[in-house]
Ligand binder design. Structure first.
Ligand code: ARE
Length: 596
C-alpha cells in the first residue's frame, strides 16, 4: 500500500493531478472487513425478488466476476395499499421477521444466499437500524408478515421506552443532536444508546450472517451516533467460512453535509461518497471528463469510499445522470469501474413514470414480480457494463499509467501493464492510436462485450509494439485487459456473423520527415480511417522515427483508399501530394509507404 501510495504521488506530480487514489487492498481491520477480496464490485439489484437475485448470480454476476449484490431490506415492512405500495415501504420495518416481504419468503431468501454463494457472489443486506415505522397514511398494522404494530409499539420487539424522546421531525439539520435524536421524515427513532436496542439490532444482523450474508449497508447511518454503530458492530459474528470467516463488510450511508462529514464514520466501516457521485455525474453529463484521472481533493480516502454514479434516492431526488440518459450514463458507470478510486457500486433500476413513489413491477396485492431483463420495465443496466467488472478485477493493485486526452470529453488511461481503457463522452467517434504497456496480443473489448469462459462476444483489438489503434464510439468506451485475450465475435470482430468477411489488422508504416511538434496521421475513405475527415484521422506513433506506425482493423476483402497527413502544432494540416493510395486486405498486412 505504501508503495502504491508513493507511485500515486509520483504520478500526481508528473501529471499535475490533485490526487490519485488506489483501490482497497483487501486488508481486514478490526472494525470491519474490506469488500470482497479481489472481487469488490457491488451491484444494487434494487427491489429484485430473492429468486430473481439468485438467478442473476448464476447467469450473469458470478460468470462476470461481480463480488456482491446489495439487496433491498429483508425484514417485515409496512404495507401501504392506499398509496399504491410505494418502493419505500421497505424502509419502515415492522419486525425483523424474514417470513414475508414483497420480495419473497424466508426460504426464498436462504435459497438466494446459498445459490449466490455457489456462484461466488456475496449478499450485502440493506439494514434499517435507525428507525421503525412512520406515521404516514397507515400507521398501524398488519405488516407484510402479518404482525400488528402502531408507531412506537412493536409487540415482542420494541415498546415506547426503546425510542428517543424527541418525537418530532428533524427541523434543524445544522444541529447534530437533532439529526441523531429526532425523527428522519417522521420515522420512530430507535434509542440506539440502549443495550437492549443494540442487542436486538445485532440479533437481526447475526441471524442474517448465520444464513450466509457477508455484509451490510447501514441505512441512514449518520442518524445513529458513531459510538452506537460501533457498539452494534462489536456484537456481530464473523461471516461464513466460505467468505474467509472474518468480520462482515460494513458500509454506511452517510450523506455528508455541513453538520456531519462522511469521514466521521470511517472508524465504523466504509462510507458512501456522495461528492464522488455529484462530481462524476456532472462531469459525464457535461461531457467534461478529460481531467477525471485525478478526481477532486475533497473525497474520503478511496479505501473507505463506496462510490456510485446514481443510487435509488439520487435517481429520484437529484437525477443528474441516470438510466434515462442511456449511453452516457452507462459510460459513467464503465468509467467508475475502470478508475481505481473507491469500491464501485453499480445501480440496477426499474423504470417508472409519474410519481417518484412508484414501486417496482408488481401484482395487485403489491407483491413484486420476478425480474425479466427483456421487459423494458426492468432496466438491468448492470448488464451493460458486465464486461467492465472483469477489467476492474484484472487491474486490481495497479495505478493509472499513460494518460491520453483528445477534446475535454475524451480520456484514456492505462492501468499499469494490465489494462487500458478509453472513454468518449462526445457525440462523435474518437479515433487514435494509444500508447500502452499491454503486452502484444489480441484483446477482447470488454466495454462492448463480455469475456466469459474464454469467449469474447465483443469486438477485439490488436496491441502491437506498445500501441493499439481504436475508434472509440460516440458516448462509448474501449477497454482491454490482460485477463480477456482472444478474438471477439462482436461487431467488427472477425467472427461477427453480420460481417462475414471479418477484419484484418492493417499496419501502416510511413517514412515521413517532420519537424519537432508535427504529427503524422493516416486518413481514408472508411469510418475506421476517419472518412477523409482530418479531425477523425488515426494518429501514428513516432517511436521508430522516421518510420511512423499504426495498426487499424479494417474489413477483409474490401478496397479502401488512404493518404497520410501532417498535423502542425497549431492544428493546421498538410496533405501529401498525388492521388489516393489504395489497398484491399485479404489478411493481416503491413503497408510500407514513403511520404510524397
Ligand atoms: C416516507 C414518505 C414520507 C413519510 C415517511 C414516514 O416519503 O413522506 O414522512 O415515509 O411515513 C425512503 C424514502 C422516504 C420514505 C422512507 C420511509 O426516501 O421518502 O419516507 O423511505 O418509507 C436523508 C437521510 C438519508 C436518507 C435520505 C432519504 O440522511 O439517510 O434522507 N436515505 C435513506 C434511504 C432512503 C430511505 C431512508 C433513508 C429511510 O436511502 O431510501 O427513505 O429509511 C441532505 C441531508 C441528507 C438527507 C438529504 C435528503 O442532503 O444532508 O442527510 O438525507 O438531504 O433529505
Amino acid at each position: 500500500m505504501t508503495i502504491r501510495r508513493s507511485m500515486a504521488a509520483a504520478l500526481a506530480a508528473v501529471f499535475g493531478f490533485a490526487l490519485l487514489l488506489v483501490p482497497p487492498s483487501g486488508a481486514v481491520s478490526p472494525a470491519h472487513a474490506a469488500p470482497g477480496g479481489d472481487k469488490e464490485v457491488v451491484v444494487h439489484l434494487f427491489q429484485w425478488r430473492w429468486e430473481s437475485v439468485a438467478a442473476e448470480c448464476e447467469s450473469t454476476l458470478g460468470p462476470n466476476g461481480f463480488g456482491a449484490v446489495q439487496v433491498s431490506p429483508p425484514q417485515e415492512h409496512v404495507v401501504l395499499q392506499g398509496e399504491g405500495y410505494p418502493w419505500w415501504q421497505d424502509y419502515q420495518p415492522v419486525s425483523y421477521s424474514l417470513d414475508d416481504t414483497r420480495r419473497g419468503t424466508r426460504a426464498d431468501f436462504v435459497d438466494m444466499v446459498d445459490r449466490c454463494e455457489d456462484a461466488g457472489v456475496r449478499i450485502y443486506v440493506d439494514a434499517v437500524l435507525n428507525h421503525m415505522t412512520g406515521s404516514g397514511s397507515v400507521d398501524s398494522g398488519p405488516g407484510s408478515a402479518g404482525s400488528d404494530y402502531t408507531k412506537y409499539d412493536y409487540p415482542g420487539i420494541y415498546q415506547s421506552r426503546d425510542f428517543h424522546d424527541c418525537r418530532r421531525d428533524i427541523s434543524d439539520w445544522n444541529d447534530k443532536w437533532e439529526v441523531q435524536n429526532c425523527e428522519l421524515v417522521g420515522l420512530s427513532d430507535l434509542d440506539t444508546s440502549s443495550e437492549y436496542v443494540r442487542d436486538r439490532l445485532a440479533g437481526y444482523l447475526n441471524e442474517l450472517i448465520g444464513i450466509g450474508v457477508a455484509g451490510f449497508r447501514y441505512d441512514a447511518a449518520k442518524h445513529v451516533p458513531l459510538a452506537d454503530v460501533q457498539a452494534i458492530n462489536s456484537r456481530l459474528d464473523d461471516v461464513d467460512a466460505a467468505w474467509g470467516g472474518g468480520r462482515p463488510y460494513v458500509f454506511q450511508e452517510v450523506i455528508g453535509d455541513q453538520t456531519i462529514a462522511p469521514g466521521e464514520y470511517v472508524p465504523a466501516g466504509d462510507v458512501t461518497e456522495f461528492q464522488y457521485h455529484r462530481d462524476i455525474s456532472n462531469a459525464f453529463k457535461n461531457g467534461d471528463i478529460a481531467h477525471l484521472t485525478g478526481l477532486g481533493g475533497n473525497l474520503v480516502d478511496g479505501e473507505q469510499a463506496v462510490v456510485f454514479v446514481a443510487n435509488h434516492d439520487t435517481q429520484r431526488s437529484h437525477p443528474t445522470l441516470t438510466h434515462t440518459d442511456g449511453d452516457r450514463y452507462d459510460l459513467a458507470q464503465a468509467f467508475m469501474l475502470a478508475h481505481p478510486y473507491g469500491t464501485p457500486k453499480i445501480m440496477s433500476s426499474y423504470a417508472w413514470s409519474g410519481s417518484n413513489d412508484t414501486g417496482p413491477p408488481m401484482g395487485s396485492d403489491g407483491e413484486t414480480r420476478a425480474t425479466d431483463c427483456a421487459d423494458a420495465r426492468w432496466v438491468c443496466e448492470h448488464r451493460e457494463v458486465a464486461g467492465m467488472v472483469g477489467f476492474r478485477n484484472a487491474v486490481d493493485g495497479t495505478s493509472i499509467g499513460d494518460v491520453a486526452t483528445g477534446s475535454s470529453g475524451q480520456l484514456a488511461f492505462a492501468r499499469g501493464d494490465r489494462g487500458h481503457a478509453a472513454f468518449n463522452a462526445t457525440g462523435g467517434a474518437w479515433s487514435r492510436t494509444f500508447d500502452t504497456d499491454l503486452p502484444d496480443g489480441t484483446y477482447c473489448d470488454v466495454a462492448n462485450g463480455t469475456f466469459v469462459d474464454g469467449e469474447c462476444d465483443g469486438p477485439s483489438y490488436t496491441v502491437s509494439g506498445g500501441s493499439f489503434s481504436a475508434q472509440v464510439p460516440a458516448d462509448g468506451a474501449v477497454a482491454l485487459h490482460v485477463a480477456a485475450q482472444g478474438e471477439g465475435t462482436g461487431p467488427g470482430g472477425p467472427g461477427d456473423p453480420d460481417e462475414p468477411g471479418g477484419t484484418a489488422a492493417v499496419g501502416f508504416h510511413a517514412n515521413v520527415t517532420t519537424w519537432y511538434g508535427q504529427n503524422v496521421l493516416v486518413v481514408g475513405d472508411l469510418p475506421q480511417l476517419g472518412s477523409w475527415n482530418p479531425d477523425d484521422a488515426v494518429a501514428m506513433s513516432s517511436a521508430d522515427y522516421p518510420i511512423w506506425k499504426t495498426t487499424v482493423d479494417l474489413p477483409l476483402d474490401q478496397r479502401f483508399e488512404y493518404k497520410f497527413i501532417k498535423r502542425n502544432p497549431d492544428g493546421t494540416v498538410e496533405w501529401e501530394s498525388g492521388g489516393n493510395r489504395s489497398y484491399t486486405p485479404s489478411g493481416p498486412v503491413t503497408l510500407n509507404d514513403d511520404w510524397r
